[in-house]
Design a protein around this ligand. Structure first.
Ligand code: PLP
Length: 367
């Protein structure tokens, strides 16, 4: 049996007619940039998240950059984020001219360790970017409390958390704004790059819409210089089709996660889910001391896994200039040696899930 880490083909074939039809409509209408398909998706996604505004942009990395720029983050400022994430989060901070300040992650949830945020705050700190890593919301109550006390903006990086909830509230509506990625492999994925920013702030929404579209008010009337980062019509139409299925797909991810946890909790460390959150399992990450042996064994059995992420951000060559030591981020430094992401997507059959469980158990028991 071969089980790829992600299987976008299986997803496409499950909704082929709807997708093909949507693509044909965009082409027939030549609604390639801007237009009704984008407008409809933005409305649908804002409603899905429960935010007043959604602005489609080129990708999830641009989304973070644009959000920071429109909140006024610039050179001389500092922005706090977590040590265990994808580089998009931190590179967008640098792109604005601000300095990245990392905080270690919590040893159980792998999200930002809220007990360590305050000691990283200086007079230059302007914002915190918590990441809802793997699909589990960060400890937002504590983060928002710290942000309020120190007058900081909060931008949720929700690239992995479409549909997640924190204490009954949708991820993406807790901070000043939130950013999403529609990279093909994300829980809601386009057929190319795509991203969005959601917010309840009318002025911020207006600024974001202008900044991401050359700072324009109308075609050749530019209020300020912006950039070109737009979600195109084909992607928007595809995303509208997929958004209708996202609820079912997320339930299926949760059902698979429950099976994995039940079947593996005595042989590996399974994910710790905070009480009161809805996890959307963009990734199902286990921990084991014999990670490399386990992943090699699984590969030999046709099961493909991932590591998210193999090197914590502060220890990447890109951040050598910050001169961090392992003891600065002990959890984030150790995690990459032990974590393993198992395949998780709605199209996995129960038979495949059972096979993964069986093989992980064999791998862990044959030390
Ligand atoms: C995928 C991802 C991004 C970047 O999204 P792109 O659309 O690939 O630019 C940002 N942050 C996190 C946590 C991600 O997983």
């Amino acid at each position: 049996m071969t089980i790829p880490f992600v299987d976008l083909k299986a997803q496409y074939f499950s909704i082929k007619d709807e997708i093909d039809n949507a693509i044909q409509n965009v082409i027939k209408d030549t609604a390639f940039v801007g237009g009704d398909y984008l407008k409809i998706f933005e409305q649908d996604f804002a409603a899905f998240v429960g935010a007043r505004h959604c602005i489609g942009v080129g990708n999830g990395t641009d989304a973070i950059y644009i959000a920071l720029k429109c909140l006024g983050i610039k050179e001389g400022h500092e922005v706090i984020t977590v040590a265990n994430s994808f580089i998009a989060t931190s590179e967008s901070i640098t792109q604005t001219g601000a300095r990245v300040v990392f905080v270690d992650c919590n040893k159980d949830t792998y999200n930002i360790d809220v007990s360590q945020i305050e000691k990283r705050i200086t007079s230059k700190t302007k914002a915190i970017i918590p990441i809802h890593l793997y699909g589990q919301p960060a400890a937002m109550d504590e983060i928002l409390k710290i942000a309020k006390k120190h007058n900081l903006f909060v931008i949720e990086d929700a690239a992995q958390a479409h549909g997640a909830k924190y204490k009954g509230i949708n991820a993406g509506t807790l901070g000043d704004c939130a950013t999403f990625s529609f990279f093909p492999g994300k829980n809601l994925g386009a057929y190319g790059d795509g991203g969005a920013i959601v917010t309840n702030n009318d002025d911020l929404a207006k600024k974001i819409r202008m900044f991401s579209n050359h700072g324009r008010i109308e075609k050749y009337n530019h209020e300020f210089e912006g950039i070109n980062s737009r979600l195109d019509g084909l992607q928007a139409a595809i995303l509208s089709v997929k958004l209708k299925h996202l609820g079912d797909w997320t339930e299926r991810r949760n059902a698979i996660a429950a099976k994995y946890t039940e079947g593996l909790k005595d042989v590996v460390i399974t994910p710790t889910v905070s009480p009161d959150v809805k996890h959307v399992y963009h990734l199902y990450v286990i921990r084991t001391k014999n990670r490399d042996k386990v992943s090699e064994f699984l590969k030999g059995k046709g099961i493909f896994t991932g590591i998210h992420y193999p090197i914590a951000l502060p220890f990447l060559a890109a951040y050598r200039y910050l001169q961090h030591k392992p003891s600065d981020f002990p959890v984030a430094h150790q995690l990459p040696n032990e974590i393993l992401s198992l395949p998780i997507y709605a199209e996995l059959t129960n038979e495949q899930v059972a096979y993964v469980i069986e093989q992980v158990r064999i791998a862990c028991q044959s030390k």
